[in-house]
Design a protein around this ligand. Structure first.
Ligand code: UDP
Length: 249
């Protein structure tokens, strides 16, 4: 997020370098139930981002000292593969992955009915296979579909999308160039049924008016994503009204 470059990110007609208008998000593909050995799973593409999420649980919480006698805990591990970015990323946990794992688990704790599973752990693994900005949002979007696929009781599923500012324009769902050379990035996740915000971060600078517009755009983007999350779950469990068990063979 350098805020200045010679690259024109938004042209005089308001078009972005990938051909989108300010209000358009990137192409989205969501598939539920892609991994046989996990309790629940999902694969998500948002533009050039490719993300896999796997869920295990509720299961006995290890290490035991983390157990909560009144509810399940949600443990999340966000991991960006070494090959997911242009320059090889150093494998393993870093400050960024610890932060993203924490905010993802906290967002999901808002919707999972954790009180039903005392002493248990619900484990969420997010693997970023290919990154192009917006991976924390794509990861959370995939994780909530994977939780639903695992049959974990939840108030709702959680869509996440960022809005931001580049070349002085407020834009939905920043791509890598807009994220690198733009002025602000605001990832957001909501509970669609209540419009409660369960994740909100901000990198860069915007005026109050621009921030309000960015939130409005990101909420709109999340609602579109929500419809696609539900479609993916319906496709997974319904083939002409029957449960789809084609990957069970
Ligand atoms: N990125 C990278 N190497 C890293 C971390 C990030 O190349 O170690 C890239 C990657 O494309 C990522 C983007 O920078 O999607 C923006 O990263 P940010 O930390 O803003 O998180 P994100 O937008 O992916 O949630």
């Amino acid at each position: 997020m350098s805020g200045h470059s010679d690259i024109v990110l938004v042209d005089e007609k308001g078009m972005r370098i990938d051909g989108r208008t300010a209000e358009e998000h990137r192409a989205v593909k969501i598939e539920a139930g892609v991994l046989k050995n996990a309790d629940g799973s999902a694969y998500v593409e948002i533009g050039k981002n490719k993300v896999l999420a796997a869920v295990y649980g509720p299961r006995e919480c290890h290490p035991r000292h983390l157990q909560n006698p009144t509810k399940a805990i949600v443990q999340c591990k966000y991991n960006m593969e070494a090959y997911s970015v242009g320059d090889r990323k150093r494998p393993g946990t870093d400050r960024r992955s610890i932060e993203i794992s924490k905010i993802t688990a906290e967002a999901l704790e808002n919707v999972i009915l954790t009180g039903l599973f005392p002493r248990a752990s619900i484990d969420v693994y997010i693997e970023i296979l290919q990154a192009n900005a917006g991976t924390r949002c794509a990861g959370l979007t995939a994780a909530s579909v994977a939780l639903a696929d695992a049959g974990i009781p939840m108030k709702d599923i959680v869509p996440a999308m960022a809005a931001g500012k580049a070349d002085g324009h407020v834009l939905l769902d920043l791509n890598k160039e807009e994220d690198n050379y733009g002025q602000a990035d605001v990832p957001l996740a909501i509970v669609p049924s209540t419009e409660e915000i369960v994740l909100l971060q901000m990198d860069g600078n915007m005026t109050r008016e621009e921030f309000d517009r960015a939130i409005e755009m990101a909420v709109g983007g999340c609602k579109e994503l929500y419809a696609l999350q539900k479609d993916a779950l319906k496709r997974r469990y319904t083939v002409d009204g029957e449960e789809d068990d084609s990957d069970e063979q």
